[in-house]
Design a protein. Sequence first.
Length: 236
Amino acid sequence: KDSYTMLDILRNLQVTAPVNFELVAVNLDQKQPGFPEHVLPQYLEKEGVPFHILEKDTYSIVREKIEEGKTTCSLCSRLRRGTLYGFAEEIGANKIALGHHRDDIVETLFLNLFHGGKLKAMPPKLRSDDGKHILIRPLAYCREKDIEKFATYKQFPIIPCNLCGSQDGLQRQAVKDMLLQWDRQFPGRIESIFAAIQNVAPSQLADAKLFDFVNLEQGRSSSGSSQAHRLDIVNL
């Protein structure tokens, strides 16, 4: 639903936005058993969208490397991302658009907080670690429930994931359930959390790489009255 919605939005922006850009749809066929290979090409051909279907058996790699019952998401994601990066470079694409939405971003914040010891989420725009790619997330400010309604209205031919999406006990699903409960019990809380991601105060946290606590000193005016503390911010 997310990728279909993103594609539909970007196609409309091609017509209405004051920016000219080419759009190519790319899908990775990971050779999962029972994957309906015909669905996506038929849809894209019908819509007149230029596309590439990449075939790479990452399914077997994940099954070989990950023990039975362990979460496959991390390795699967890395393999897909590496394939996508490589293909983008091959065709000369200067942007990679991903379908992550606002709920994905908030969920990732809590996954990193609970399980990674980091205050980290997913930004709407990002340069890859090797500096070769710019990633954009056009749905970053969209709620998942709105995307679901839009996908139902448009009757997109959704293809389920039988590798990671159907696993039991996923940490992301536990966080999603927590946020859904909060959303029902405390309306507006998710919006507040997302707003906080956009309103970070480094001096009120404890990361010395972001804020120079070591050289923080108290200043006083010549009259002896207290001055505001001098804050030296390290460039982000």
